[in-house]
Design a protein around this ligand. Sequence first.
Ligand SMILES: CC[C@@H](C(=O)O)C(=O)SCCNC(=O)CCNC(=O)[C@H](O)C(C)(C)COP(=O)(O)OP(=O)(O)OC[C@H]1O[C@@H](n2cnc3c(N)ncnc32)[C@H](O)[C@@H]1OP(=O)(O)O
Length: 313
Amino acid sequence: MLRQDGTVCSEATTPGVQQQQLWSLDKRQSSGCVYSSTHGFNPEEIREKLQAFPGGSIDLLKQESGVAVLTINNPSRMNAFSGSMMVDLEERVSQLESWTDCKGLIVQGAAGTFCSGSDLNAVRAISNPQDGMKMCMFMQNALTRLLRLPLISVALVEGRALGGGAELTTACDFRLLASGSVIQFVHKHMGLVPGWGGAARLVRIVGSQNALKLLGGAVKVDPGLGLQIGLADGVLEVPQAEEGADTLLQQAENWLSQYTKGPAPVIQAVKKVVLSGRELPLSEALRTEKDVFGTVWGGPANLQALASKSKHK
Ligand SMILES: CC[C@@H](C(=O)O)C(=O)SCCNC(=O)CCNC(=O)[C@H](O)C(C)(C)COP(=O)(O)OP(=O)(O)OC[C@H]1O[C@@H](n2cnc3c(N)ncnc32)[C@H](O)[C@@H]1OP(=O)(O)O
């Protein structure tokens, strides 16, 4: 399925799907539409419905460094996702898919907290099964595309990441937790289970036993537990008021820089080969790795490295 920006959405990412359905290499990016018209999914229809629930924004800052910052910005609602913010998120992901110099992404919340999930006012208004499923498919598409961006992403969790907010953290490659923060899959308290893809991704991050505990017990994951089970990849200290201390965002950028140092095409290729290794059956993953290898072999970065090595006789 061809999106407006020319990228291709796969019909489905079922095992055995051909590599070109997962991404179009000439577009140098992965695509991640899980649902399309064949699943009865009409994105225009759900976008219109979601736009009826305004409030807040998803702000994107693309930096010269190749690292972007995406901010969930609805502080009066603890950064809960209004309907219009869900549409905003899809748009920002499309912008990132078209950013050829991308290397990294930090996802954060505004005003000292991460995200408290869906806006409950919107949830009440679309609580019928049909609309709920459409919102679910819309957000699964958006978050799958987010995770499949050819860059290295990290969720910077300060304060609380609840419900859909907890699911959003799993749609990033890594999670950095500020001291005192909590990730909590509160869905059970709502008589729900994750619907934005958070359960499927959580099992792949922490394993099915830990995922069952976190979902079944609506467990509050603090930085210590997060490190212990692998949901947290690092813990950041909330800076005191003293002058000159690095902000949490600066700390997160410093942490991420160890993985985004180098030419953008090489960083993008690294993410693509890991993506295919994670999502494709072995033979297809090997073929994809060969294709991605071909995009960097003999490329500028490779030739420059060879030239510099040739001096070390
Ligand atoms: C697929 C998952 C998805 C879904 O099923 O669609 C979900 O995510 S369901 C929603 C899951 N989220 C929650 O259940 C969290 C609800 N919020 C809270 O539990 C608390 O607000 C808090 C986040 C723990 C913060 O508590 P506290 O510090 O006491 O502040 P307040 O509760 O007073 O919140 C301040 C302000 O923010 C509003 N708020 C907070 N969360 C949401 C939300 N998810 N939707 C809408 N509004 C939210 C809260 O109502 C307060 O507003 P005012 O009363 O107008 O001040």
